[in-house]
Ligand binder design. Structure first.
Ligand code: HEM
Length: 450
C-alpha cells in the first residue's frame, strides 16, 4: 500500500546517501548511449548535458533545519543541474523558486512517479498507476477526480472542523500533563492528532479509531519491519474497504459517503478499488506530513526562543508563523519527481521528452530572490507563496486542513504549558534524514509542574 501515495515509499531506506550503485548504473547507460549515438546532432546535444553529480541528501552537521548545503551553490551557479539519483536514474534538478513553480505548473511534466521515488533505490519508475491514485494521475483524469474532492477541503469546511481539533489538542495536552515527564511530543501529541482528524473526516466510527491509529502509526514509522508494514497496510486497506461497503448501504454525513454519491451522480460511479486507494491516499498524505510538521515546528521554535516568546505573547502571529514554518522546514525534503512528456526549456536547460526532473521544494523555499534572508526563520515574514505544499495541479489538497491543525496546536500548546521545553540537548535528537517526510523520530519534552 505504501505505493499508493508514494509518500512513505522511502521510510525504510536507510542508506539513501550511498548512491555509488546508482551512479555506476547511470554511467554504464550513458556510455552505451554514447557508443550508439551515430547522429552528430545527438552527440552535440549529449555534450551539452551537464555531468551528473550525486543527488544531494545530506544536511550539514548541526544544521537540522537547513537543506543540504549543495543547494546554495546550485541556485547561484547551476539552477537546473543534473543529478544521479539513488533510484538508479539521472534527473534534472530545479533549485530556484521561480523555476520550481514553472516546472510544477507545466502540464508537459507528468506526475506518474510522484512525489519522491527518485530517492528509493531500485523503485520502478514506470509502475502502472492504481485507479484512484490522485497523486500519480495527470490531465483530465486527475482533474475529474480532484474536482470531486475539492468541495470537501474548502476553507469554510475546514474551519468548521476547528472545535473538533481544539478538543483533540486539549485532551492530548491534558493526558500529557497527567502523565510522566519527559513525554515524547511526537508520539504522544503530534502523531495521534492528525490521525484522529482524518478518522473524523473519513467517518471512521469512534470504536475503531484506536486500532486504526495503531496500524497507521506502524505504517508511517521509520524503522518498521517490512513485514509489519505490509500487515498494517493490508489491515488498513481491508478496513477502509469495509467502511466503504458500509457507507454504500448506509450513507452518513462524511467525505466517503458524499464521494460515493457524487460518483453515482456523475454517471461514472467509483469502483471499490478507486475509493480504497483514495481513502488510503488521504490517510497517509494527511497524517504523516502534519504529524512531522507539528513536532519539527515545535523543535524549531524551541531553538528560536525569541520568536517563540513573540508567538506566545501575540497569538495573532500564528497565521504568518505557520506559513513561515512550512517554508523554513519544507518537510517533503527530497522534492517532487516529474517526467517530461515533451521537450521543455527551463531556465537555460533543455529537458528532453523522457527525462526525469526533480523540483527541489526545499531549495526553492530558501531562494533569497523570493524570500530575502531565506535561511533565517522570521515568523513575521510574508511567506505565503512558499512551496511546502507544492504548486500547480497537484498542490496539496489538504492544505487548509493542515493549517487549521497547526494553528490550533500552536495557539494552544505553549499557552497551556508555558514552561514546555526539550528534555534532551539537540545533539541527542534523531532526525528522519532518510524518510521522504522529514521530522524528528522522537521529541522528549518536559515542563515545570504547577
Ligand atoms: C503540513 C502538512 C502537509 C504538507 C507539507 C503537504 C504537502 C503536500 C505536497 C508537497 C503535495 C504535492 C505533491 C505533488 O505535487 O506531487 C501534497 C499533495 C496532496 N496532499 Fe498534502 N501536505 C500536508 C497535509 C495534507 C493533509 C492534512 C491532507 C488531507 C487529508 C493532504 C492531502 C493531500 C493530497 C490528497 C494530495 C494530492 C493532491 C493531488 O495530487 O492533486 N495533505 N501535499
Amino acid at each position: 500500500m505504501t505505493d499508493v501515495t508514494g509518500m512513505t515509499d522511502a521510510t525504510d531506506v536507510t542508506d539513501v546517501t550511498d548512491v555509488t550503485d546508482a551512479t555506476d548504473a547511470t554511467d554504464a547507460t550513458d556510455a552505451t548511449d554514447a557508443t550508439d549515438a551515430t547522429d552528430a546532432t545527438d552527440a552535440t546535444e549529449k555534450a551539452n548535458v551537464p555531468t551528473a553529480k550525486p543527488f544531494a541528501t545530506t544536511r550539514a552537521s548541526g544544521c537540522p533545519f537547513d537543506p543540504p548545503p549543495e543547494y546554495g551553490a546550485l541556485r547561484a551557479e547551476e539552477p537546473v543541474s543534473r543529478a544521479s539519483c539513488p533510484v538508479g536514474t539521472d534527473a534534472w534538478v530545479v533549485s530556484r523558486y521561480e523555476d520550481v513553480r514553472a516546472a510544477l505548473s507545466d502540464p508537459r511534466l507528468s506526475s506518474r512517479a510522484a512525489p519522491s521515488t527518485h530517492i528509493v533505490p531500485n523503485a520502478d519508475l514506470h509502475r502502472p498507476i492504481a485507479p484512484g491514485s490522485l497523486l500519480h494521475m495527470d490531465g483530465p483524469d486527475h482533474t475529474r477526480l480532484r474536482r470531486m474532492l475539492t468541495s470537501e477541503f474548502t476553507v469554510k469546511k475546514m474551519r468548521a472542523l476547528r472545535p473538533f481539533v481544539q478538543r483533540l489538542v486539549d485532551e492530548h495536552i491534558d493526558a500529557m500533563l497527567a502523565g510522566p515527564r519527559p513525554a515524547d511530543l511526537y508520539r504522544d501529541f503530534a502523531l495521534p492528532i492528525p490521525s484522529l482528524v482524518i478518522c473524523e473526516l473519513l467517518g471512521v466510527p469512534p470504536e475503531d479509531r484506536d486500532r486504526f491509529q495503531e496500524q497507521t502509526t506502524v505504517l508511517i514509522r521509520v524503522g518498521s519491519a517490512q513485514e509489519e508494514v505490509e500487515r498494517a497496510a493490508a489491515e488498513i486497506e481491508e478496513f477502509i474497504g469495509r467502511l466503504i461497503t458500509a457507507k454504500r448501504t448506509a450513507p452518513r454525513d462524511d467525505l466517503l459517503s458524499r464521494l460515493i454519491q457524487r460518483g453515482q451522480d456523475s454517471g461514472r460511479p467509483f469502483s471499490q478499488e478507486e475509493l480504497v486507494t483514495l481513502g488510503v491516499t488521504l490517510l497517509i498524505a494527511g497524517h504523516e506530513t502534519t504529524a512531522n510538521m507539528i513536532a519539527l515546528s515545535a523543535l524549531a521554535l524551541f531553538r528560536h526562543p525569541g520568536q517563540l516568546a513573540a508567538l506566545r505573547a501575540d497569538p495573532a502571529l500564528v497565521t504568518p508563523a505557520i506559513e513561515e514554518l512550512l517554508r523554513y522546514l519544507t518537510i517533503l525534503q527530497f522534492g517532487l519527481l516529474r517526467y517530461a512528456t515533451e521537450d521543455i526549456r527551463i531556465a537555460d536547460a533543455t529537458v528532453r521528452a523522457g527525462d526525469w526532473l526533480v523540483a527541489a521544494l526545499s531549495s526553492g523555499n530558501r531562494d533569497d530572490r523570493a524570500f530575502p534572508g531565506a535561511d533565517r526563520l522570521d515568523l513575521t515574514r510574508e511567506a505565503g507563496g512558499h512551496l511546502a505544499f507544492g504548486y500547480g495541479a497537484h498542490q496539496c489538497l489538504g492544505q487548509q486542513l493542515a493549517r487549521v491543525e497547526l494553528e490550533v496546536v500552536f495557539t494552544t500548546l505553549f499557552q497551556r504549558i508555558p514552561t514546555l521545553r526539550p528534555a534532551v540537548p539537540l545533539e541527542e535528537i534523531r532526525f528522519k534524514d532518510d524518510a521522504l517526510v522529514y521530522g524528528v523520530r522522537a521529541l522528549p519534552v518536559t515542563w515545570d509542574p504547577r
